[in-house]
Design a protein around this ligand. Structure first.
Ligand SMILES: [Zn+2]
Length: 271
């Protein structure tokens, strides 16, 4: 999905999403290299420089987006050369390109998010399918790894809804978007939402085991559990999980508001 020609609609969607994600300081990234343990190809990666991501957008499901890119590190890699799955953490990270001995590394776009282009609904669906494939094909995942994959799958589903709430008619009215961009973006968001609703059963088939596994984690943050229950539509358990929390942060009060209103979609917390 990473190599389609840029189309009008893509440009407009990018403009519109950029508008919603615009931050006062750009995130900067630094390159690094990892090697596929199966075919020894080198893959170039990018990591956000921590000092540059203060203006990121945080969502209720824990996803952080900065300058349109999710900056949560990708845990599982599908090698673009040999299609082998491996855990990012299992491979040493190299900063110095000289150690590649002239090998041309595969670009980040070829493996980041499995090469899926999230500016297309087809890319968003493909990302969901990739995570399902990882879950089904990787036998004997330990608890931490299964949580990590299921969480990534939850994020991939929520990507279908993530920006939908950010655009309103006011943006056209205030001249921030052209009418054409606004109409196209609305159509794009509607299609995303329709797919999300059609996938509801599969969404829950992932979320329920994720909740069971998270409950078993030592020192689990009750706010994280409350958010998972809320997204599963179990508002009583979400309320119960939150009841023991004394701290009153912006996130906790937003979460309470959404639980009270019985809203289960991902929402923007800050940014
Ligand atoms: Zn490989």
């Amino acid at each position: 999905m990473g190599h389609e020609k840029t189309t009008d609609i893509e440009v407009m969607i990018t403009e519109a999403i950029t508008f919603t994600a615009k931050s006062s300081c750009m995130t900067s990234f630094e390159n690094y290299y990892i090697q596929c343990p199966c075919c020894t190809s080198w893959l170039m990666g990018k990591s956000a420089k921590t000092e540059s991501v203060s203006q990121s957008i945080l969502y209720s499901d824990g996803m952080i987006v900065s300058d349109l890119l999710p900056i949560n590190p990708q845990k599982v890699v599908l090698c673009p050369a040999c299609a082998y799955f491996f855990w990012h953490d299992s491979q040493p990270v190299i900063q110095d390109e000289a150690q590649l001995n002239g090998f041309q590394p595969y670009p980040w776009s070829s493996w980041h998010l499995f090469g899926c282009n999230l500016l297309y609904n087809a890319g968003r669906k493909a990302l969901i399918n990739h995570y399902w494939h990882v879950l089904k094909s990787q036998r004997s995942l330990d608890q931490a790894k299964e949580i990590s994959i299921r969480k990534s799958l939850l994020w991939a589903y929520n990507d279908l809804y993530r920006e939908c709430q950010s655009i309103s008619f006011k943006d056209f009215y205030k001249g921030k978007l052209s009418l054409r961009s606004w109409i196209n973006l609305r159509r794009f968001n509607k299609e995303s939402q329709r797919y999300f609703e059609a996938e509801k059963e599969n969404f829950l088939d992932n979320l329920k085991p994720l909740i069971r596994l998270t409950e078993k984690e030592p020192d689990v943050d009750p706010a994280v559990l409350a958010e998972l229950y809320r997204e599963a539509g179990d508002f009583d358990k979400a309320t119960a999980a939150l009841s023991g929390i004394i701290r009153r942060t912006h996130f906790i009060s937003s979460l309470q508001k959404h639980i009270k209103a019985r809203k289960r979609h991902v929402f923007k917390v800050a940014g």
